[in-house]
Design a protein around this ligand. Sequence first.
Ligand SMILES: [Zn+2]
Ligand SMILES: [Zn+2]
Length: 370
Amino acid sequence: MITKRDYYEVLGISRSASVEDIKKAYRKSALQHHPDRNSGNKEAEEKFKEISEAYAVLSAPEKREMYDQFGHAGIEGSGFRGFRTTEDIFSSDIFADFHSIFESFFGETNRSIDLRYDLRISLKEAYTGTSKEITMSKNETCTLCQGEGAELGSGTQICPECKGKGEVIFQQGFIGIIIRRTCPNCGGAGRIITTPCKECHGRGQVKESKKIVVNLPKGVDTGSRIKIKGEGEGGGKGVMSGDLYIFIHVEEDPFFQRRDDDIITEIPILITTACLGGEIEIPTLDGKSRLQIPAGVQNGKMFRLRGKGMTHLHGHGSGDQYIRILMEIPVNLTKEQQRLIQEFSKLETEKNNPFIKEFLNKFQNRDKEA
Ligand SMILES: [Zn+2]
Ligand SMILES: [Zn+2]
């Protein structure tokens, strides 16, 4: 096992650093070690993962508290396992804050528009992982002119409006304020197309409906984002395609309540099962399982089924499934049933109801002290 460095040390900040300090330290370090600036440099990649993990923990108040108290062991206990790949980092929540900063920093100015697609999936699909085909209506690079906008071989000519300068100058009022504007005729390019492409009418783009397959890994949750490079709007001349961001929404499930990667299932049981014990059938994410209920189980009691929860999206292993017992008190009793319950209660002793006994003791002592 590799010994992990202290997160504060990794970001070069003190243990009392404010949220703003943490953010600043991460941004500075991340810009330096960003994979786009260090293509193929393994060391920079490792460093980028290390600082991103430190930031993910220290920027989340609960995680930071856990880390301050228990160190790395506390964080591992919470199910967070750091990042395996840089893609993990870019698709994580922490990166959302920085995305725009990096985009502008790395100056991908000749890039078309990024698109967003909201994808709803069931909890079962999030559990098993799945591939979904979506249809997007978007601007694609025109294939006929390859985004040039001009009919192939026809070329361009100098814009007659701005004489190739790309901007127009005019005076306003009799004081003569000079105003410069981007040329409306050529859009600032200085040249115009002589024969526009028949397909896209000179735009270089055409509206198209495109089918895209999205692969969802096991364990995705509401708030997970998946980036598909190059599937945003298509570029025109000299412009790269944008990216597509899939925003995941996991629907609620009638049986399984998700809490991070753990699952809670409420199971109503008979009062006789609660009194005498017995085996019950329970739903799990991968089918069914059986659970042994001990005699005398109380309402609200939780049982844990290890590893029956959601797969951890970042890291290894899975969460657990918790079964919460809801003891159902029978209703609509017949005369005969009422009689039998009364019969039973005559035989009850303090030993049958320790909580009631304890409560009554406390209650009586309270009266004495008052
Ligand atoms: Zn012009
Ligand atoms: Zn075209």
